[in-house]
Design a protein around this ligand. Sequence first.
Ligand code: SF4
Ligand code: SF4
Length: 305
Amino acid sequence: MSDEKFDIPDQFASPAVPEVLTEDSVIRFRCHKDISCFNACCRHADVTLAPYDVIRLQKHLGMHSDEFLKAHTVPFQLDADGVPGIKMRTDDNGACLFLDGANGCSVYEHRPTVCRYYPVALLNMREENTFEVRQQYSLIREEHCKGHEEAREITLRNYRREQGIEEYDELNKAWYELILKKKSGGPGIGKPNEMSLQLFFMASFNFDMLRKFVLSDNFKATYSLPDETYAEVADDDIALMKLGNRLMRQALFGEKTIPEKTGAWEKRVEKRKEVWMARAKAEIEARNARTEDEMRQETTGCSDN
Ligand code: SF4
Ligand code: SF4
């Protein structure tokens, strides 16, 4: 156990009972419409979203990615290097926007992983020298949640099945692995540059933009993928999400699973040379201006502020 790394989502950090549970562990819990605390958890929602959560909700709501992200999510940072994550947007009192009064969750069939798991926290763990995700769990006990007082006992295996979590975990697994690998700082993993962070956000959450990107002439001129792959990602969100994961791994960890066309980089450099040179010139000029300003301040001993 000592060589295991824990990755506990922040929202579960304090109320989670620190005992690590497995699928065979039995919990005492039941949530139902007639319980006195019905909806109390959704009135204090802190829900981090994973890619498949976004796909399910967005499709159900029939929204474009930009529209969905703006209306229903807020950004936060997954780690100190600024790797972007998203949480569900709430109203000013912290209530989930999908809470429909006494009717409860208005997107119940498509609710995110965190909502399905509650009051269980998912702990994505890894063993030393591997980036394989091994899932374990922890129980969250919060004052407002009366489900713990109900008489039903259930194994976590059956609870996951009952809540329809298996499909979500299976489809989000590669993304969890990627986050773990980044957080664990494996070989050659430093702070990603701005372009990699933007790619990470697009490939994790903005699927309409990702689709446009991988079907663009520029992408096809750079990468060598079979026509069937392009046809698949044009219609299939899951295939697109999986390709997005490969792209992120390629950008962040140099895992080259998407072959680049011979000479594509050189052609791109040639095409973009003028833009890059203009940018570099502007940066040098800005730096020189800053240096002159600093020298002026040192000489006069004052600043504009
Ligand atoms: S999505 Fe549904 S279950 Fe999850 S916090 Fe919102 S209302 Fe509650
Ligand atoms: S029992 Fe817990 S999970 Fe169910 S509605 Fe009440 S607070 Fe929410």
